[in-house]
Design a protein around this ligand. Sequence first.
Ligand SMILES: [Zn+2]
Ligand SMILES: [Zn+2]
Length: 234
Amino acid sequence: MPEGALLIDCGGSPVQKLRRAGVDPQALVSVVITHIHPDHVYGLPALVRNLAVLGRQAPLTIHCRPEHVEPLRSLLSLFSTLERPGMFALTVRAIGLAEDAHAFDLGPLSVRTSPNEHGAMPNFAVRVDATRGRSVVYSSDTRPCDAVVALARGADTLVHDATYSERDRGRAGGHAHSTAEEAGEVAARAGVRRLILTHIGAEYHDEVDALAEEARKRFAGEVEIARELVPYPL
Ligand SMILES: [Zn+2]
Ligand SMILES: [Zn+2]
């Protein structure tokens, strides 16, 4: 079983950010792309290109939904990063779409997925279990849904979409994302220990503490706002 690092979704400057987070980019074995909205995938061509320039030889596998295999191959081809002479082996592989489907193992980590509900965009949530019994679940972008509750059941940490405040629940995007309060409700139903709110809309960046309070109305466990490049030991 391969050992190494796993990246879930890929925003800008991935190699620089991995390094600043204390992760050797060449330790990456798998990249999971939950869906193909730009904020989750635009750094992927740069990641592949930079790894090649850095002399990578080891293969890399990108895991995504079946309907995103071709779009991701097109994205990589556009930047001539899918196949180059002498480049490491790059595979784009479809996950299963069943709930709680096993995707792959990586060293002590077992990765499972469930489709979530992100409006018209096919998407999925990811659960990573370590053999020590600790686990983290990432909802990706989604409205509150039973599939994420089930996937997150009993997990240590749930990282959940909290794009909106409850006061803006009715806004157009509200059917494809969650409010902080809804994230709290999912965390409570799943029985996790800790909820980390992420994907917070830019208009709330001055009031993230209020969003955490909103989640605490529904969830009695620990609530945090996601911080960039900060380690969260399991
Ligand atoms: Zn999205
Ligand atoms: Zn997003």
